[in-house]
Design a protein around this ligand. Structure first.
Ligand SMILES: [Fe+2]
Length: 133
């Protein structure tokens, strides 16, 4: 499983959002390394918890900016945030229930989960904020 490498492609052109995204990518990569190194289920669960918590915090950050700058697509964007958190928590619950380790397919799921949102929904928000801020 390869690391996500931060590059200009992932930039939404708003530094404070990029900074959060870089942090999330870092935790995602830590999780990938943990899977590769066959760390304990407990370690994996804690790392996934760190990723989820950081994402919840980051989404609040984005939602505050959307409110402040009256982003017209705020409700749709927030709904997507809710779905993303829900799907990550479902994965976490599944892993804890089955007591199975995080598999490559889960990492692929999380990679898409993270990058698709950044590349689509957050890009739209970024170009709006870059003009509004
Ligand atoms: Fe977002």
């Amino acid at each position: 499983m390869k690391d996500i490498v931060w590059s200009k492609i992932l930039s939404v052109e708003v530094e404070e959002i990029d900074e959060d995204h870089r942090k999330l990518v870092g935790i995602f990569n830590t999780l990938g390394h943990a899977v590769r190194d066959r760390e304990s289920a407990e370690y994996l669960a804690v790392t996934l918890e760190e990723l989820i918590n950081c994402t919840v915090w980051h989404f609040s950050h984005e939602e505050r900016l959307m409110l402040k700058y009256r982003y017209p697509e705020m409700e749709e964007h927030k709904a997507e945030h809710r779905d993303l958190i829900e799907s990550a928590k479902e994965l976490q619950a599944k892993l804890l229930r089955s007591d199975k380790s995080v598999a490559d397919e889960h990492i692929v799921f999380l990679e898409r989960w993270l990058t698709e949102h950044i590349l689509t929904t957050d890009m739209r928000l970024g170009s709006y904020l870059a003009r509004a801020m």
